[in-house]
Design a protein around this ligand. Structure first.
Ligand code: UT7
Length: 331
């Protein structure tokens, strides 16, 4: 019997309406459109405004769009995995909230945290459930409301991130398409360079933790940059090599959108030209676990059955990885 693979059979996405431009950031912190554009490639990002609006609000919209497009009855969904580091609450899982809101009443659901690599971790986990033969419909979501953990007086972090969520449907296939191969990595020593200090069990929320701004993203940008540029390119090159993927047969590089310079370095390492690199960092910034599914959402119309996609990410943890997906349908 042919091996069961997990095919991506649909994509959904959602970004909030509010656009925070570099120009508006110039009025908030000591920065410039020129600096942000040349150092990161970002022109604007989306922000989820309003009271009581958690990351699940965006994920619910993304999943509703996915279900409408694929004409799948939510009751058929077996499992929802939500990659996020900005869950609505520490518990319950935002995936539980999403499942109930979309009517996926027969599913089980949970969150996964691997920061910017979260979607790749969740995609490969979801694929394993499908490959086991036990589950037929798995939704994998990646999304973050980064604006909820950003200090808008810190120019080194607030200019980078934005809010958004995307998702894919995974279904079994015996064709040679779907999630073919991957390498995932993590290194806890990265904690020093990129973290949110308080709010967990080590430093619970207190008046001191709030006044010391410990609930915001802390990043040593240039240190993270050095790790990201090497490691993301390394795993992408390794996955490419062991699957005989070259510039001739890679249809799309699908890189985490942290910094255009990191993306360019990864593309050049794998030998891919810019017109084969998915990119939307200029419009959404870094949405953490949302970047890769939002790229698929933006580029879905250009994808054809049999296209070779090389996904790659690097982020907090450190976590990083690359996934080789053969696209399963003509859009
Ligand atoms: O997705 C999760 C993983 N994260 C990443 O992959 C992010 C990796 N890091 C980066 O993308 C880059 O390091 C940043 C975009 C965060 C920063 O770019 P950089 O080229 O590494 O800048 P830098 O931190 O080395 O700072 C250079 C200068 C500094 O000034 P001095 O010391 O040279 O006078 C900063 O104070 O730029 C200054 N600076 C700014 N200037 C204007 C830092 N942020 C800003 C700003 N506007 N927003």
């Amino acid at each position: 019997m042919n091996k069961i693979r997990a095919a991506i059979t649909g994509v959904g996405g959602y970004v909030p309406d509010y656009i925070l431009t570099n120009k508006e950031l110039e009025t908030m912190v000591e920065t410039s459109d020129e600096w942000i554009t040349s150092r990161t490639g970002i022109k604007e990002r989306r922000i989820l405004k309003g009271e009581n609006q958690g990351v699940s609000v965006m994920a619910v919209e993304a999943v509703k769009r996915l279900l409408a497009k694929t004409k799948v009855d939510p009751k058929e969904i077996d499992l929802i995995i939500f990659a996020t580091v900005t869950a609505d609450m520490t518990f319950p899982a935002s995936a539980n909230i999403v499942a109930t809101a979309v009517g996926a009443t027969n599913s089980f659901s949970y969150d996964m945290g691997a920061a910017c690599s979260g979607f790749l971790y969740a995609l490969t986990t979801g694929a394993s459930f499908i490959e086991s033969g036990r589950y037929k419909k798995v939704i994998v979501i990646g999304g973050d409301k980064m604006s909820s953990i950003l200090d808008y007086t810190d120019r080194t972090t607030c200019i980078i991130f934005g809010d958004g969520a995307g998702c894919v449907l995974l279904e079994p296939t015996t064709e040679e398409v779907g999630v073919i191969d991957y390498i995932l990595k993590s290194d806890g020593s990265g904690e020093a360079y990129l973290h949110q200090k308080a709010g967990g069990s080590r430093i619970p929320a207190s008046i001191d933790s709030v006044s010391n701004k410990q609930h915001y993203v802390y990043q040593e940008g240039s240190a993270v940059y050095k790790f990201a540029v090497t490691n993301m390119a390394d795993v992408a090159a390794q996955v490419a090599e062991r699957n005989s993927l070259t510039k001739e047969n890679i249809s799309w590089l699908v890189p985490h959108q942290a910094n255009k310079r990191i993306i360019d370095a990864t593309a050049s390492r794998v030998g891919i030209s810019e017109d084969h690199v998915m990119m939307n960092i200029e419009r959404y910034g870094n949405t953490t676990a949302g970047t890769i599914p939002l790229l698929l959402w933006d580029y879905e119309k250009k994808l054809k059955k049999g296209d070779n996609l090389l996904m790659a990410a690097f982020g907090g943890g450190f976590t990083w990885g690359a996934v080789y997906v053969k696209w399963a349908y003509d859009s």
